[in-house]
Design a protein around this ligand. Structure first.
Ligand code: NI
Length: 262
């Protein structure tokens, strides 16, 4: 076990923000964390994630097309993804979802179509999905109520309502909590954290973005997942070590290929 016993279930180590010190950082993180899952957002970042997973034992990859990156979506992208998901260290499809925040993103109908196609691919390979939902709560919930059956998802950096969380809990899904759960103005996120059964909680950083307090606004890195987890342990009034062990078990249950490889 690592020093903390934690996983960072969502970090973009492919980001250029790590260009100067990526290997140095990962060598240190290998002592601190049990594992990191690096989701892709397009072809180059998905392939980068796979390469990192091949280089480091404790890194696993997810592959997908992020809703902010659909302008360059090539024809035949699903065939290419089908090739990636056969890799033993590709443990999920993600990050995928809907993003209605940025006006320059593709229209809602295009985003929904690509999301459903990727969900279908995940179903074919019995993989979970990692969901990005920014200001698209109603449509995401509708898709998960109507179209998604017999599949598990993690709602990464969950920012939806408590009511929506209740619906997703009923359907067996997981929730990623990151730096935002430590922010002063995030009472809503903390309410969800207190509601969600502990066996559905994952911790994440979304590095290099959304660093937890006291590093808010600075470059995030997977090591800071410890700050989020310690903060959550305090909110939930539970032992940090116990929470770390539970959420690590959650990672291995949701991302089954990790368990089968170990
Ligand atoms: Ni992300």
């Amino acid at each position: 076990m690592s020093r903390t016993g934690l996983w960072d279930s969502h970090a973009h180590m492919d980001s250029d923000y790590f260009a100067g010190d990526r290997d140095e950082l990962l060598k240190k993180l290998e002592q601190d964390l049990d594992g990191i899952i690096n989701p892709g957002c397009d072809a180059s970042t998905s392939e980068f994630a796979i390469n990192l997973a091949e280089k480091y034992d404790f890194i696993y990859a997810a592959v997908g097309w992020h809703p902010e990156d659909l302008k360059k979506l090539p024809a035949g992208y699903l065939d290419r993804m089908a090739g990636w998901v056969r890799h033993p260290k590709v443990v999920a499809i993600g990050e995928i979802g809907l993003d209605y925040y940025w006006k320059e993103n593709e229209p809602k109908e295009v985003q929904k179509k690509v999301l459903l196609e990727q969900i279908d691919l995940a179903r074919q390979f019995s993989l979970p999905v990692i969901i990005h939902d920014r200001e698209a709560y109603g449509d995401i919930l509708e898709i998960f109520q109507k179209e998604v059956k017999n599949m598990e998802a993690v709602f990464h950096c969950y920012s939806g309502s408590l009511e929506m969380a209740k619906e997703l809990v009923k359907r067996g899904h997981y929730f990623g909590f990151g730096g935002t759960s430590t922010y002063k103005n995030a009472a809503k996120v903390r309410k969800v954290l207190q509601y969600v059964p502990k066996e559905r909680i994952l911790f994440e950083t979304d590095s290099p973005y959304l660093a937890p307090v006291p590093y808010r606004g600075k470059r995030n890195n997977p090591g800071y997942v410890e700050l989020t987890a310690r903060n959550a342990a305090e909110i939930l009034k539970i032992d940090f070590e116990e929470l770390a062990a539970m959420t690590t078990a959650n990672v291995k249950r949701l991302f089954r290929k990790i368990g089968s490889k170990a």
